[in-house]
Design a protein around this ligand. Structure first.
Ligand code: TF8
Length: 334
């Protein structure tokens, strides 16, 4: 017994002398701002990311998530990252187009046809190119997480053709491409921060909004809406952004762990969204909303009508960026 004890003590000392555990890691409290609520799949992604970070850093890198816009909206939180006063945010790309015009490429209507092609573009060279532009603006994108395909909800009438958008007061993200897409369909589009949407719908200041089913579910928009149409008009990614000034002050090991674990979190989040999407739709139906789809002809008609938005915004986004993604998508679809 005594021998055994001595032996194991020797091993313990030997180990700690050779390599003090996690010496390259410091205690870090990483605040992660979210506009959506904790029961959104981003919550699952952050849990998976934390488990990965615990492994890699021996519990030294800690994520503290804030939900429901508690640390401010997407844009406000992103500016806090740029000036180095907050560590991280999970945000849609769309409200950031005023800072990085090229991100507007993801707002072009009907750009991606399905999630698989979005993943290929975002997780590949094109996504890396956008990440370089983000870095120039003081933002490190650790990974592209999923927001998802956006669908329209409203409180006035079923929407099954583009004429139904006529005069409808639709909240859009603070972004000119979304504004034009909905004006072009005849809607009365109103840019608004996400945090104001629920009460604007509740008080009928606006009639409609557009977001993926999981957001209509977890942000409880179904409580204040009567109709939903599966429009799939855009796939806007989430970015897991880190403050570049803060990131640059971290050790190489800490940086690598954050990048690797953000990808682990991304995969979990995407998986949970795929599962939850249809469950959220069921919940929306059970809450009494009328759910419509667009006929194939109508889908083609709306898509056709929306193509003017590409030409109109191409120069502002960057002609090279638009041509690049269009060519990439053609290649994927071959
Ligand atoms: C929107 C976005 C938002 C997200 C979230 C608040 O409609 O889709 O749901 O950016 O962070 O503003």
């Amino acid at each position: 017994m005594r021998k055994l004890l001595l032996a194991s003590t020797a091993i313990a000392f030997g180990l700690s002398a050779a390599a003090p555990a996690f010496a390259e890691f410091n205690d870090r409290n990483i605040r992660v701002s979210n506009g959506i609520n904790e029961d959104h799949p981003v919550g699952n992604g952050i849990k998976a990311m934390q488990a990965c970070l615990d492994d890699k850093s021996g519990g030294k890198l800690k994520l503290t998530a804030f939900w429901g816009g508690a640390l401010g909206g997407d844009l406000q939180a992103t500016q806090a990252l740029r000036s180095g006063v907050q560590e991280a945010v999970v945000t849609s790309s769309s409200p950031l187009v005023g800072i990085i015009p090229a991100l507007g490429v993801f707002d072009l209507p009907f750009l991606f046809a399905n999630a698989a092609e979005a993943y290929e573009v975002l997780d590949g060279e094109f996504g890396d190119m956008m990440n370089e532009k983000l870095a120039e603006a003081g933002l490190v994108n650790l990974a592209y997480w999923e927001n998802g395909f956006r669908n329209l909800s409203n409180s006035v009438r079923p929407v099954t053709k583009w004429e139904d958008f006529q005069g409808m007061k639709v909240r859009v993200m603070q972004n000119n491409i979304f504004l034009d897409t909905f004006q072009n369909l005849g809607a009365n589009a109103t840019p608004m921060a996400f945090g104001e949407v629920f009460s604007a719908l509740e008080t009928n200041a606006i009639d409609a909004q557009e977001n993926p089913y999981v957001t209509i579910d977890t942000s409880k928009f179904y409580e204040v809406q009567k109709y939903v149409t599966e429009t799939n008009h855009a796939y806007t990614p989430f970015l897991f952004l880190f403050s570049k000034p803060i990131f640059d002050s971290y050790t190489a090991e800490e940086q690598a762990a954050l990048r690797e674990c953000a990808v682990v979190g991304r995969d979990e989040e995407r998986k949970v969204i795929q599962d939850l999407n249809m469950k959220s739709l069921e919940k929306i139906k059970e809450a009494g909303l009328e759910v419509n789809t667009l006929s194939e002809e109508e889908q083609a008609r709306i898509r056709e009508k929306s193509m003017v938005v590409y030409e109109k915004h191409k120069a502002a986004i960057g002609a090279d960026v638009v041509d690049n993604i269009v060519a990439k998508l053609e290649e994927i679809r071959k």
